[in-house]
Design a protein around this ligand. Structure first.
Ligand SMILES: N[C@@H](CCC(=O)N[C@@H](CS)C(=O)NCC(=O)O)C(=O)O
Length: 234
């Protein structure tokens, strides 16, 4: 397992109301210093061109970090890089085999399952051709697309039904850490906050354990510091 060997020289490219909160939060949890290059969204909801021009990737999406001469994009990959480089005790990405596999499972699901299903609904709302019958068709379409989102949330609800505070249980972690926040909570936190805030497929159902978990993780001091520093709000 890698041990911390380098001095952080981190810049975070942060678009307002975006997944970039995950990385600000993770940096705060690890108490890492970072420069912030940030921008609010443009009136069309996208990143302003002047901001994109500063982001050192071809894709131009946020979050992106630069650490010295290394540029990393994709929030899960950034989280893994930061943990592997600056979290030698495995506080946010556990070293123990099972806990690490479970943390990675949630980190992948945050984008690859939860966001992909929820964004189908958001993109339909944005892009559906305007017409006399548009809202009727859109409602039907949302109803169909909601099935996936609800199935995802039911999975998360069932996992949290034992009352746990954080997603990854570390029963087998021989490193003396109690169950605690991990990169899994940080990655999943934004996905769930976003789905609830935009009501993406959530009408007609409720997930009390998911809401309890979300309330708990978003009351952490590091999350609050990240929100204050970045001005994040959905
Ligand atoms: N899978 C990527 C998604 C990155 C992404 O789509 N970012 C959005 C913000 S949440 C963005 O930069 N949108 C601005 C735009 O498209 O103009 C990740 O997890 O980092």
């Amino acid at each position: 397992m890698s041990r911390q060997t380098r001095t952080p020289d981190i810049t975070l490219f942060f678009l307002g109301a975006s997944r970039a909160i995950r990385i600000a939060w993770l940096l705060e949890e690890l108490n890492l210093p970072y420069r912030l290059v940030s921008s609010a969204r443009a009136a069309n909801g996208l990143a302003p061109e002047e901001f994109k021009a500063q982001i050192p990737t071809r894709l131009g999406k946020s979050p992106v970090i630069r650490d010295g001469d290394l540029v990393v994009q994709e929030s899960a990959a950034i989280a893994e890089y930061l943990c592997e480089t600056y979290d030698p005790r495995g506080r946010l990405l556990p070293h123990e085999r099972k806990a690490r596999a479970k943390a990675r499972e949630w980190m992948a699901a945050a984008e690859g399952t939860f966001m992909i299903h929820a964004l189908a609904i958001l993109y339909a709302r944005w892009r559906f051709p305007k017409s006399a019958n548009a809202s009727k068709y859109l409602r039907e379409m949302e109803k169909g697309l909601a099935a996936n989102v609800q199935n995802d949330l039911n999975w998360l609800e069932a996992e949290l039904a034992d009352g746990r505070e954080y997603l990854v249980s570390r029963d087998d972690d021989g490193e003396g850490e109690d169950d605690g926040v991990s990169a899994a909570d940080i990655l999943m936190g934004f996905s769930i906050e976003f789905i609830f805030a935009r009501r993406l497929g959530t009408d007609g159902a409720d997930w009390p354990n998911v809401r309890r978990w979300l309330r708990g993780i978003t009351h952490r001091e590091a999350y609050i510091r990240a929100v204050e520093r970045t001005g994040y709000s959905l």
